[in-house]
Ligand binder design. Structure first.
Ligand code: HEC
Length: 126
């Protein structure tokens, strides 16, 4: 009769030890986690930065329409330097110049939304 409790104790001990040993199986990461499908952050959101203008479009338009007189990098040529034009004129004033022209600068080179976009872009050059 003395042996049975010992065997039982040993069996319980062995069982609980092995149960403990196997407990770390839960530490494994869930297999269904999509590691490569994180949301893409490369493409910028459609909304534009402060002042709400499309700088890329404005720059292309400037290069096509204005750079012959104002220089590739706004440095000035026939027309004045525009690199810090935002410190002198606000968006509305620049739109007025684009609409009506100024001196030997012809009016209506860009109009409507294009004029607004390029004016906002220039007004941010301070
Ligand atoms: C044919 C040459 C020419 C083109 C093209 C031209 N400009 Fe001008 N621009 C001038 C000249 C010259 C002046 C100076 C007018 C004056 O003060 O008498 C001027 C003045 C300006 C001014 C005012 C600068 C200041 O210091 O008062 C702004 C702003 C301006 N241009 C923006 C533009 C933009 C934007 C475009 C393109 C859409 C453009 N210009 C295209 C010749 C040009």
């Amino acid at each position: 009769m003395k042996r049975i409790p010992l065997v039982l104790t040993a069996a319980v001990l062995a069982f609980s030890l092995s149960a403990c040993g196997g407990g770390n199986q839960q530490a494994q990461p869930p297999a269904n986690q999509p590691a490569t499908e994180a949301p893409a952050t490369e493409t910028p959101p459609a909304t534009t930065p402060s002042g709400s203008y499309d700088a890329a479009t404005a720059e292309t338009m400037y290069k096509n329409t204005c750079s012959s007189c104002h220089g590739q990098t706004l440095e000035g040529a026939v027309g004045p330097n525009l690199q810090k034009i935002g410190g002198q004129l606000n968006k509305e004033q620049i739109m007025g110049i684009l609409e009506k022209g100024k001196g030997s600068m012809p009016p209506g080179l860009v109009t409507g939304k294009d004029a607004e976009n390029i004016a906002a872009w220039l007004a941010d050059k301070k």
